[in-house]
Ligand binder design. Structure first.
Ligand code: COA
Length: 158
């Protein structure tokens, strides 16, 4: 029987401070730096859920709506939305805040697909996810729709 885990069993929260080497000449966080943190946070979540080495198979489009400034604190929260046969979708929410005033804002949401692999790099069956809260159940349903879009895009490209 395939094992099932709770979403909360593998949630990862990562906190970073925006330093000068993370910014462009305007003092805004570089998009590539944020993408690196998103990938690391999601990879930790995926590996914790899978209890295995996981690779990033794809990253959905990421929009940057709000600049994040030098000195601000960035919090990333990753959770597994749903597992499929060998792949799983991880959602990452990004928040920025200044500890010296200003409110905490939700700056980005990213969806990544990870695959747990064996020593030969071959995909292995994913541990399944048991959504509990209303939000987890909603993300679980939405993940199936996003997967279908990814599969269609893959088919179109190939
Ligand atoms: C991801 C990888 C393991 C898939 O292996 P594969 O032999 O192509 O296996 P499959 O085609 O059977 O795909 C395995 C699963 O990954 C999913 N997948 C593969 N490519 C995908 C993509 N581009 N987007 C979303 N899902 C993808 C498949 O849908 C399948 O999911 P399922 O089993 O849940 O239905 C393989 O392509 C790989 O190792 N890629 C390099 C990963 C890497 O180095 N990442 C670091 C960043 S560059």
């Amino acid at each position: 029987m395939v094992r099932c885990k709770k979403v909360t069993d593998s949630m990862i929260t990562m906190t970073e401070m925006v330093l000068p080497n993370h910014t462009n000449p305007l003092g805004n966080l570089l998009g590539g730096q944020l993408m690196l943190w998103i990938d690391i946070c999601a990879a930790l979540c995926s590996a914790k859920h899978s209890e295995n080495v996981c690779v990033t198979a794809s990253v959905d489009k990421i929009d940057f709506h709000h600049p994040i400034k030098l000195g601000e604190v960035v919090t990333l929260v990753a959770s597994v939305n749903r597992a499929f046969k060998t792949s799983l979708e991880v959602g990452v929410k990004v928040y920025a805040e200044s500890f010296t005033g200003g409110s905490k804002i939700h700056t980005n949401t990213a969806y990544l697909t990870f695959v747990a692999i064996d020593r030969n790099g071959k995909p292995v069956p994913a541990l399944q996810v048991e959504p509990e809260s209303e939000d987890e159940k909603r993300r679980f349903e939405e993940a199936a729709e996003r997967r279908q879009i990814r599969l269609n895009q893959r088919k179109d490209i190939s």
